[in-house]
Ligand binder design. Structure first.
Ligand code: AMP
Ligand code: MG
Length: 396
């Protein structure tokens, strides 16, 4: 146990990130590669465009010849090489994407022309040459995507364009989601008496899914060291990251940190100066990691965004930072205790402004259904005044 005392967010984040090492490599098809992270630089095996290409449907001509009617010598569709060179007083009809013939230095768009007595007359001379030049986007051998890139739809297009169909990516960590709490029942059951539904696990699964991480839901366990230890033991080796919720606070039945230490996890922190989420635990095992998150759904939600997500991307070899926007706060927010960073749900409104969503604390996940993200009030700060610009971390 290294840091049982509360430590600042930045220190916890640093300790966590320092313990991350990429998990290994695999190759995936283009269809499977979305949201994965490239583990090698990718270079192009072709020039892009591969030839001087027409950007318009029109006529390939010589700029010097546009004042007199031109003889049309050929029609060049996309996918077919031109057969004739453009000489003085000549042009070829050309389609978008077709190869610009030798001799031509511009394409006049069809809308700027008319056919008179079988010849082409250019009615309007515009400055644009309407040619995409060979290799102007990418030259053969250029690096088109760097190692560490998170693959989205445009990256898939680039991989396809350079023929990279066996995509080298980092392995994805397998997350094992466990809910601890003797009061919990699965969502399909009606909770009776002192029971409540397990909402945090489904939420964590949804967050993992939208980030592109793999996960297994391992179930609910009671608040006993035996039950918590048993589910960890039973899944050791099968997951890379245990993601537990509940049982990390100071209560008599909060056994999670002790059980993790018994199981050989080195706990790098047990309390972080954040609100919600103070009792967040992070530990490193021989071949795996563990997060113990406070069980309230807002805490699990925010801590997943702040810690779990960047950590998983780090295991995949990517440097990930959340998306955020700067907006003007429309009302003053105040607080008395300033020892922790507070995260508050906010909604973006018109004209670059943002308002605080009514929020009653870490059980009030319903507040986040109307929020676009959260803002943070840093340690030592009591208020942010109306009219100040704030960074909104987007979470949807
Ligand atoms: P704990 O972190 O175990 O101290 O729990 C803090 C609060 O969150 C308690 O009110 C729990 O009932 C509630 N809670 C714990 N786990 C969950 C869960 N999986 N889903 C919804 N609420 C939970
Ligand atoms: Mg509990």
């Amino acid at each position: 146990m290294k840091n049982a005392d509360m430590i600042p967010f930045e220190e916890a984040y640093r300790l966590m990130m320092e313990s991350a090492a990429p998990l290994g490599k695999e190759n995936l098809s283009l269809n499977e590669a979305r949201k994965r992270v490239l583990c090698e630089d990718i270079s192009s095996d072709v020039d892009m465009p591969p030839f001087n290409k027409s950007a318009m449907d029109g006529y390939a001509c010589r700029s010097a010849d546009l004042d007199a009617p031109l003889k049309i010598i050929e029609t060049i569709p996309a996918g077919k090489a031109p057969e004739k060179r453009i000489g003085e007083g000549e042009c070829s009809e050309i389609m978008t994407g077709a190869v610009v013939p030798e001799g031509a230095d511009r394409v006049v768009m069809v809308e700027h022309t008319e056919i008179e007595k079988g010849k082409l007359v250019v009615k309007h001379k515009s400055a644009g040459k309407n040619i995409c030049y060979r290799a102007e986007d990418i030259a053969r051998g250029d690096i088109v995507l760097k190692k560490g890139t998170v693959i989205g739809a445009p990256e898939i297009a680039v991989l396809a364009a350079v023929g990279c169909v066996d995509v080298p990516v980092s392995k994805n960590p397998m997350i094992g989601i466990i809910a601890t709490g003797s009061e919990l029942v699965e969502p399909h059951r009606e909770p009776e008496g002192a029971m409540i539904r397990n909402s945090s696990s489904s939420q964590l699964a949804a967050q993992a899914k939208s980030a592109g991480f793999e996960f297994r839901y391992l179930g609910i366990v009671e608040d006993t060291p035996e039950a918590i230890g048993g589910i960890i033991d039973g899944n050791r080796g099968g997951v890379d990251i245990f993601l537990l919720s509940g049982g990390v606070s100071m209560g008599e039945f909060d056994f999670v940190p002790g059980v993790l230490i018994e199981r050989g996890f080195d706990l790098l922190f047990e309390k972080v100066a954040v609100k919600p989420g103070k009792p967040t635990v992070f530990g490193k095992g021989k071949d795996d990691f563990v997060f113990g998150l406070p069980g309230n759904p807002v805490s699990t939600f925010v801590i997943f965004e702040l810690f779990v997500k960047p950590f998983c991307f780090a295991l995949m070899g990517a440097e990930w930072t959340p998306r955020s926007v700067i907006a003007e706060l429309v009302e003053t927010v105040e607080r008395r205790k300033t020892a922790r960073v507070s995260y508050l749900p906010v909604k973006l409104i018109k004209n670059g402004k943002v308002q605080i969503v009514e929020y009653h604390g870490s059980a009030h996940i319903h507040a986040y259904t109307t929020a676009d993200g959260f803002i943070s009030i840093p340690v030592g700060i009591e208020r942010i005044k109306a009219g100040e610009r704030v960074e909104v971390t987007l979470v949807k």
